[in-house]
Design a protein around this ligand. Structure first.
Ligand SMILES: Cc1ncc(COP(=O)(O)O)c(C=O)c1O
Length: 259
């Protein structure tokens, strides 16, 4: 469904909009709702918002939950445009950025300042594919009352469900496995009950939404995600076995880890 303005019979019908879920195309249409509901169910989340790219799905929750003076802890192997956003935009807003070794586990505690507000996670991390000890990182974040958010693009909620595992915000570059056909750019952010309303309000305040065509194509792609991921898993296992037999090939030699 494509829409901006939605027509009503009269003002009284529109004022009773609690029973009319669609009042303006930026906020909701049956197409937006279909993908939001699908992802919310997969994520076991309270709600989901859509944005025009996976990168926007990483940046929106950071900007929504951080304020000047706060500290954010980010893994050293984070998807590099997320790092660029932190170094350029978050730093300019007076947010303290601490990069941590993704394999640090519970020792992340040593990096917390009194102002520690958000722990960003990515599992596995981009490019090096190092697997963080998520339960240890989540536990440490909870101890410091910090909000946890994960870029879960590589796993998808089929393989790892962040929210039932105690993470507050789950991020997907829908561009990848959700869409699945390399013809869509789209992002999705899901939140638990505690953080849903603030995420939803911030999304609305920024005037963000994914395009109708992209949402429709993602609805098409997501139906086959299960079978595609099974095949990906088989291929990945073969590559992992090959890498195990070649210890001289180190993921840390990836040039993209540079600033
Ligand atoms: C792990 C991860 N997060 C986020 C993104 C950003 O997605 P998009 O290209 O839709 O902005 C990507 C894209 O490569 C990615 O690999």
């Amino acid at each position: 469904v494509r829409a901006s303005t939605v027509l009503f019979e009269d003002a009284a019908t529109m004022r009773g909009r609690k029973s009319v879920p669609y009042t303006y195309g930026l906020n909701n249409t049956p197409t937006i709702e279909a993908l939001n509901d699908c992802i919310t169910e997969l994520e076991e989340a309270e709600g989901t918002v859509l944005v025009p790219s996976g990168l926007a799905a990483c940046t929106l929750p950071l900007i929504a939950f951080l304020k000047p003076g706060d500290q954010v802890l980010i893994p050293d192997n984070v998807y590099w445009p997320t790092r660029r956003f932190a170094n350029h935009t978050l730093k300019r807003l007076g947010i303290e950025i601490t990069y941590y070794d993704p394999l640090i586990g519970e020792q992340i505690e040593d990096h917390f300042m009194d102002t520690g507000k958000v722990v960003f996670l990515e599992a596995p991390g981009s490019n090096t594919f190092e697997m963080p000890d998520l339960p240890a990182l989540i536990k440490a974040a909870q101890k410091h009352d910090a909000i946890t958010m994960i870029d879960n693009t590589w796993a998808t909620p089929l393989i790892y469900k962040p929210i039932p595992n105690g993470i507050d915000i789950s991020i997907q570059a829908g561009t990848k496995y959700y869409a699945g056909h390399s013809d869509v750019v789209l992002g999705a952010i899901s939140a638990n009950e505690k953080h849903w309303q603030h995420l939803k309000n911030t999304h609305q305040n920024f005037g963000l939404q994914a395009g109708t065509e992209e949402i429709y194509l993602t609805l098409r792609g997501i139906r086959t995600m299960g079978v595609r991921l099974e095949r990906h898993e088989q291929s990945a296992l073969k590559i992992a076995q090959w890498l195990q037999s070649r210890p001289e090939v180190s993921p840390r030699s990836a040039p993209c880890l540079a600033e």
